[in-house]
Write a protein that binds this ligand. Sequence first.
Ligand SMILES: Nc1ncnc2c1ncn2[C@@H]1O[C@H](COP(=O)(O)OP(=O)(O)O)[C@@H](O)[C@H]1O
Ligand SMILES: [Mg+2]
Length: 339
Amino acid sequence: MIQIQHVSKIFERSGVKNQALKDISLEVSDGDIFGVIGYSGAGKSTLIRMVNALERPTSGKVIVDGTDVSAFNHRDLRKFKRKIGMIFQHFNLLESKTVFNNVGIPLVLERRSRKEIRERVVKLLDFVGLADKAGSYPDELSGGQKQRVGIARALALNPSILLCDEATSALDPKTTEQILELLKNINTKYQITILLITHEMGVIQKICNHVAVMEKGQIIEQGSVFELFRHPRQKTTRDFVGSIIHSDLSDSIRRQLISGSHVRTFKIEFISDSATRPLINDLIRQFDITVNIVSANMSEVQGKTIGHMIIMVNGNDSEVDAAAAFLAEQGTTVKEVSQ
Ligand SMILES: Nc1ncnc2c1ncn2[C@@H]1O[C@H](COP(=O)(O)OP(=O)(O)O)[C@@H](O)[C@H]1O
Ligand SMILES: [Mg+2]
């Protein structure tokens, strides 16, 4: 478990103070894939670097598996760091070493035997799908392959925690998917707790179970990924969620709203099982109305479906009211959009 308790960090350079973190508290449970999202400069990297003591808090505590990281001396720290692997946006590989030797670095530093190093590296390369690249050099690899080397190296000492600093931000969407799949695999297969930071809500959506949103050095909102996607409270959170779930009316639809008179517009939100029922079909059959679906989208979040639809309904008021009430009875959230 990772506990960050009231952590603040002030950087000072030639007399100028810059507060990167302000009273941050969060808790990552064993087995979590915990995501921290925020725009550039929010303080994400500073925060994640606290967990493996690459940065020390100005005030507050960072407790990992019950021990206070900020209180460690040099020797304890080295021992402690075996527990934690880390991967980076730009992979941080040594260009002059082969893939095999890059992955072996943590083992060499621990003075493990040649035999043990060989066995472990072969196994890790196999796990990340790079068994045939052992003798290659980093500049002969694609971005995705480089990150796989980074991941293999991070796992070399069997850590219980993996830290990921924008690990997919330099990769194309398809490669991102593959690397996220691999991270999820690592989490379930080896029970490794993952703390990741990102500026992409798609990363949170695809693999995290818990999320914290950072802005200007503070956590402005946190919770389960599903709940946060359904009910984002802060403006920044809504913007991040909006990059995945398009539930707002576009300008062209708004213009139609103003010009159209007797047509009423509704926003419908539905989750999981109501997403698979033929709601609109039932609606048209049961009520004397016409329905025009203006937009519809569904997103998969933590194994559940969140759907949004905007419909324009034409009919007399009582019939349209009854239709809206029917939708609400079916477990959807219905909101009329005013003109
Ligand atoms: N070593 C440092 N010295 C001085 N300022 C720093 C240092 N590291 C980060 N900062 C500052 O802290 C703030 C947060 O940076 P960072 O944690 O890298 O944000 P993010 O990862 O969210 O982009 C920024 O204003 C940055 O300039
Ligand atoms: Mg960063």
